[in-house]
Write a protein that binds this ligand. Structure first.
Ligand code: PAF
Length: 284
């Protein structure tokens, strides 16, 4: 018979989180999420569990980082299932605050990172990164963890959070974790459940487009425009895919490259109807 999963302690207020952390064994590993947990999140929690005595997961659908109210409202939510995923992956405690615990009455602070937030996701989603960095700064401060784990699928987010932590003197070590994919190459995302069966069948085109550009790079192509065009051509062959951007950029500054003389980051955002997917491939 399968062993029952030990459910983690659930806390909902800043005060209860502080009390729970005061008793917690160190080091603490933090995994911040917006819920709708999937195998990608579980892999972050398992990595945190392997490195730390205590694993704190936060579940908070952050209204400040959504550009469209409808996207915020449609964001999938299932607290009971999420807590089970946390327990099975090794979380010790889960912080599930209501909005007023994250943004208390009278809240008027925001954290904005500069040039790194302007291209790519920042250009497509004005204000998005300010919402992310504000909430992550709050969660890093409340958790005071030794390490925090973020997925490489959101490559720009990871870069921006690292910059913010360094700039603000937040001592939590920001750990990058590999992208988890379905067998057909689609990167795991909480938004995948909103794809229709036809869109789901079309969505691995992101991975194919990245792989096609990587194949040219591996064959010696160093012209960034050719790599971008290779991704565009692959995406154009899929009628359900509406690309928002494709990029071949410097992985440290995210500025578009002309020629590759060192590492680069291939990335893209593609819409399938109302669902927007992102993916990337580092080249080195
Ligand atoms: O990557 C996410 O799920 C969110 O942007 C994060 C980091 C939890 C902030 O709300």
């Amino acid at each position: 018979m399968a062993r029952p999963v030990a459910l983690p302690q659930v806390v909902r207020t800043r005060a209860d989180l502080r009390d729970a952390l005061a008793e917690a064994r160190r080091p603490v590993g933090l995994v911040t999420t917006m819920g709708a947990l999937h195998e990608g999140h579980a892999s972050l929690i398992r990595m945190a569990h392997a490195d730390n005595a205590t694993v704190l997961v936060t579940i908070f659908v952050n209204p400040r980082q959504f550009n469209e109210r409808s996207d915020f409202e449609a964001y999938p939510r299932d607290e009971a299932a999420d807590v089970r995923v946390c327990g099975a992956a090794g979380a010790t405690m889960v912080f599930i605050p209501p909005v007023e615990e994250v943004y208390p009455d009278g809240f008027q602070t925001s954290v904005r990172v500069g040039a790194l937030t302007e291209p790519l996701e920042g250009a497509s989603r004005p204000g998005h990164f300010e919402g992310v960095t504000t909430v992550v700064a709050i969660l890093l401060t409340l958790a005071g963890a030794e390490r925090a784990y973020f997925g490489q699928k959101d490559a720009q987010q990871l870069l921006v959070i690292r910059r913010m932590a360094a700039d603000l003197g937040i001592s939590t070590d920001i750990v990058a974790c590999p992208i988890v994919r379905e067998p057909d190459g689609l990167a795991l995302s909480s938004r995948n459940v909103r794809l229709t069966p036809q869109q789901r069948a079309a969505a691995p085109v992101l991975r194919r487009a990245l792989s096609a550009a990587r194949a040219r790079y591996d064959a010696g192509d160093r012209d960034a425009e050719i790599l971008r065009a290779t991704m565009q051509v692959t995406l154009a062959a899929e009628p359900l895919a509406a690309p928002e951007y494709v990029s071949c950029a410097d992985p440290a500054t995210l500025r578009e490259l002309d020629r590759l003389t060192g590492p680069a980051l291939l990335s893209m955002a593609v819409r399938f109807g109302a669902v927007r997917l992102i993916d990337n491939e580092p080249l080195s």
